[in-house]
Design a protein around this ligand. Structure first.
Ligand SMILES: [Zn+2]
Length: 277
C-alpha cells in the first residue's frame, strides 16, 4: 500500500516537473521569456539562465513580481549603458550572484560608478570577441550596434558640474549560441547597418530579437531590411510601445517584411509571453 502511494506521489511530482519551464529546457528546448522593452530571460537545455538587458520593472511587464520570482540566474548580458537596458541588473546581480557581461567601458563603469561587485564582472569583452558562458552551456559573440552607450540616471547620478551622462564605450548586440539549442541574435539598440550582413557569414541565426520602435533605433522599415540581411529563421520584434516615442508596431513590421517576401519569419510576442525553440 505504502509503495503504491509513493509511486503515485512520484508520478505526480514527475508530471508537475514536466510542466515547468526548467523541465521544458531539460527536454532539449530553449525557453525565451519576454519581460518587455529589450529584456529577455533565456533558459537553456542544460537549465542555465541568461538575462539580457534585464529591465524587469518595465511598465509594460504584466508581472509586477518578476524580480522576486527569479530563481537561478547564471549570466546577465547588457548591450549598452542606457537605463532601459541596464535596467535592474545591479539588484538582480546582487540577489542571484549572476556574472555580468557588458562591453568593455561599461563593465568597468558598472563596477566603479554603479557598485557592481567586481568579482561578478566578466572582464569586459568587445566587438568581434566570443565569450564562453559555461554555466549556461552557451557562448556569446559580441557584435556591432550603431547607438550610444552613456551611463545615464538613475544608474549614474552626476555630481553638480560633472557630465550628466558618463561615456561607457561602445554599444553592442549579442549572438548567443546555445549548445543543443538555437542561436539567438539580440540586436541591442541599433540602426540598421551593413555590418549585419557579416553575421550570417559566421552563424545561422535561428531567432533574431529586433528593435523596431524607431526614434532611438531601427523603425519597422529599417528592421525589415536588417532581417533580409541577417537571414534568421524567425524574427521577434522588441523595443516598441513602451513609451509613445517608440511608435513602430508589429503590424507595420509585418507589412515591411511582406514587401520583402519574408513575413513568414515573424513571430509576435507580448510582454510576459514565453516561447520555446
Ligand atoms: Zn539605448
Amino acid at each position: 500500500m505504502l509503495r503504491t502511494i509513493l509511486r503515485a506521489l512520484g508520478a505526480l511530482l514527475l508530471a508537475s516537473a514536466l510542466a515547468s519551464p526548467a523541465a521544458l529546457a531539460a527536454k532539449g528546448k530553449t525557453e525565451l521569456h519576454w519581460y518587455g522593452q529589450a529584456a529577455w530571460k533565456i533558459t537553456t537545455p542544460s537549465g542555465g539562465v541568461i538575462l539580457v538587458d534585464p529591465w524587469l520593472t518595465v511598465p509594460t511587464n504584466p508581472d509586477k513580481n518578476s524580480i522576486a520570482e527569479l530563481g537561478r540566474v547564471d549570466y546577465i548580458l547588457i548591450s549598452h549603458g542606457h537605463s532601459d537596458h541596464v535596467g535592474n541588473a545591479l539588484e538582480i546581480a546582487k540577489k542571484t550572484g549572476a556574472k555580468v557581461l557588458a562591453p568593455y567601458g561599461l563593465s568597468f563603469n558598472l563596477v566603479s560608478v554603479a557598485g557592481l561587485p567586481k568579482d561578478q564582472m566578466i572582464y569586459g569583452g568587445n566587438v568581434g570577441g566570443t565569450i564562453d558562458l559555461p554555466k549556461a552551456g552557451a557562448k556569446v559573440m559580441i557584435v556591432n550596434a550603431i547607438h550610444g552607450s552613456e551611463l545615464v540616471p538613475p544608474v549614474y547620478k552626476a555630481e553638480p558640474g560633472q557630465p550628466a551622462a558618463l561615456a561607457s564605450g561602445n554599444p553592442v548586440g549579442y549572438v548567443i549560441m546555445i549548445k543543443g539549442g538555437p542561436t539567438i541574435y539580440h540586436t541591442g539598440d541599433t540602426a540598421v547597418t551593413e555590418d549585419m550582413k557579416l553575421i550570417p557569414m559566421f552563424h545561422h541565426i535561428d531567432v533574431m530579437l529586433a528593435c523596431i520602435g524607431g526614434y532611438f533605433t531601427m523603425d519597422p522599415v529599417g528592421a525589415a531590411l536588417a532581417v533580409q540581411w541577417v537571414k534568421p529563421t524567425h524574427v521577434i520584434p522588441m523595443h516598441f510601445g513602451t513609451f509613445p516615442l517608440l511608435a513602430g508596431t508589429p503590424e507595420q513590421f509585418r507589412a515591411a517584411l511582406a514587401k520583402r517576401h519574408i513575413a513568414n519569419k515573424l513571430i509576435v510576442m507580448k510582454p510576459g509571453d514565453d516561447r520555446s525553440f
